[in-house]
Design a protein around this ligand. Structure first.
Ligand code: HEC
Ligand code: HEC
Length: 350
C-alpha cells in the first residue's frame, strides 16, 4: 500500500471511531462492524475500525469479459421492448434509461397512459448488490422484482398472459428462446432472461473505486475530505458496502419528523409498514445505494429533493440531527460525485 493511501486510512480510522459508536447504536449486531467500547478494547477497536474502513466501501468488480451471455442479450432485448406493456408503449428502459443513470429523472415515474407512480424510480445499475429490491424491500431479489413493474397499473399495466403472447408472436424471440431455453416462453424464462441482463448492469471504475484500488491520484483532496466527513458524521453507518447502501432498512426521520415537516403523508410514505404492518416499520425504507447518486436526481422515495445538496442537507438533519455547513455539503457532494461509475466504458451522465 502506498503512503498516501495509508495516511488516509489511518486518519480515517481515528475519525471513524465516532462513527463506529453511531454504528453500534443503530445497526443490528449481526452486521460486520466493529464493537469498539471499553477502555481495554480501544486499541483492538482501532485495528477493527481500520479494517472496517478498508472494507467499508468495496470497489465494484469489473466484469470478467465484455460480452454478454446469450441469456443476458435476450434480457436486454426484453428490457428495451415496449411490447411487454399493456398498450405497447412502455418498456423497462422507459423508466430506467441506461444512458442517464438508470432512472428516469422524474420526481414520480410515468407509466402506461401517462399514469403517475407513487414513488421515485431508483436506478437499475448495481441493484444486484442490494439485499432486497424496492424502497420497501417487498421483493427479495431481482427475480421476484420483475413482475412488479410488469403488472403495476401505473407502470406497464400488463400481465403475464399479454407478455408471453407478445413474445411468442415475435419470430426473432422464438429463435432466441429456442436457443437459450429449449423453446420455453414462460414467466420463468422471461424473468430469467431479464435478471441475466440486470446482473450485467454494473458500473465499475468510478474515481473512488480507482482510489480504493490504489490510484491515489484518482480523487482530489476535496473528495478525500468529503469522504472523511461522510465517515466522520456517520453517513457511512448506513451507506456502506459495495453499493454504499442497500444493506438494510432504516427509518427516514430518526432525529426529526421528516413527514410532519413535509406536510401531507401518502400510503407510500409508510414504507416497510405497508408490508409488515408492524408499528416499528412505519416510515422505514431500504437505505438506498449511493452509487451514481450524482446522476440520479431527484432524490428520496418521494422524489422531494431536487438536488444532491438538498438531499445531503436533509440527511444531516433528519438522520443525524446535525445542520451541515455549506462547506460540509460541498465536500460530501464532491465525494458522492466520485461514486459515478462507467457503463460500457462510458462515465454515466445525468
Ligand atoms: C413506469 C416506470 C417503470 C417501469 C416501466 C419499470 N420500472 Fe422499475 N422501477 C420503477 C419505480 C418507480 C421503482 C420503485 C418502486 C418501489 O420501490 O416501490 C422501480 C424499481 C425497480 C427496481 C428495484 C431497484 C431498487 O433499488 O430497489 C428494479 C431492479 C427495477 N425497477 C427493474 C425494472 C425492470 C426489469 C422493468 C421492466 C420489466 C422495470 N423496472 C420497469 C419504475 C419503473
Ligand atoms: C440512519 C441511517 C442513515 C444515515 C445515518 C444517513 N442516511 Fe442517507 N438515507 C437513508 C435512508 C433510509 C434513505 C432513504 C430515504 C427515503 O427516501 O425514504 C437515505 C437516502 C439518501 C440519499 C438519497 C438517495 C436517492 O437515491 O434518493 C442520499 C443522497 C443520502 N441518503 C445521503 C446521505 C448522507 C450524505 C448522509 C450523511 C450526512 C446520510 N445519507 C446519512 C439512511 C441514512
Amino acid at each position: 500500500m502506498n503512503r498516501g493511501r495509508l495516511h488516509f486510512l489511518l486518519y480515517g480510522s481515528l475519525t471513524l471511531l465516532a462513527a463506529a459508536l453511531v454504528v453500534t447504536l443503530i445497526i443490528p449486531k449481526d452486521e460486520n462492524l466493529p464493537s469498539g467500547n471499553g477502555a481495554g478494547a480501544a486499541s483492538s477497536a482501532l485495528a477493527d475500525t481500520r479494517q472496517w474502513l478498508q472494507d467499508a466501501i468495496l470497489p465494484i468488480p469489473r466484469p470478467a469479459e465484455n460480452t454478454l451471455s446469450g441469456k443476458a442479450q435476450l434480457g436486454e432485448k426484453l428490457f428495451n421492448d415496449p411490447q411487454l406493456s399493456a398498450d405497447g408503449t412502455i418498456s423497462c428502459a422507459s423508466c430506467h434509461i441506461l444512458a442517464q443513470g438508470g432512472d428516469d429523472g422524474l420526481r414520480l415515474s410515468r407509466g402506461v397512459g401517462n399514469a403517475v407512480g407513487v414513488v421515485n424510480a431508483p436506478t437499475v445499475f448495481n441493484s444486484v448488490f442490494s439485499f432486497r429490491q424496492f424502497w420497501d424491500g417487498r421483493a427479495g431479489n431481482l427475480a421476484e422484482q420483475v413482475a412488479g413493474p410488469l403488472l403495476d397499473p401505473s407502470e406497464m399495466a400488463s400481465n403475464w398472459g399479454i407478455a408471453i403472447r407478445r413474445v411468442k408472436e415475435n419470430p426473432a424471440y422464438r429463435d432466441d428462446f429456442r436457443r437459450e431455453y429449449g423453446g420455453e416462453i414462460s414467466e420463468r424464462t422471461i424473468t430469467d432472461a431479464l435478471v441475466n441482463f440486470e446482473v450485467s448492469l454494473l458500473t465499475p471504475n468510478a474515481p473512488f473505486d480507482r482510489f480504493l484500488n490504489g490510484d491515489t491520484t484518482a480523487i482530489d483532496s476535496e473528495t478525500q475530505e468529503g469522504f472523511r466527513r461522510f465517515t466522520d458524521y456517520g453517513c457511512i453507518s448506513c451507506h456502506q458496502g459495495i453499493g454504499v447502501g442497500g444493506n438494510f432498512f432504516q427509518r427516514f426521520g430518526i432525529m426529526g419528523d421528516y413527514f410532519a415537516d413535509r406536510g401531507t403523508t401518502t400510503k407510500a410514505d409508510l414504507g416497510r409498514y405497508n408490508i409488515t404492518k408492524r408499528e416499528e416499520d412505519r416510515h422505514v425504507f431500504k437505505v438506498p445505494s449511493l452509487r451514481n447518486v450524482a446522476v440520479t436526481a431527484p432524490y428520496f422515495h418521494d422524489g422531494s429533493a431536487a438536488t444532491l445538496d438538498e438531499a445531503i442537507d436533509i440527511m444531516g438533519r433528519y438522520q443525524l440531527g446535525r445542520t451541515l455547513s455549506e462547506e460540509d455539503r460541498r465536500y460530501i457532494s464532491a465525494f458522492l460525485k466520485s461514486l459515478t461509475g462507467e457503463y460500457r466504458g462510458e462515465a454515466l451522465q445525468p
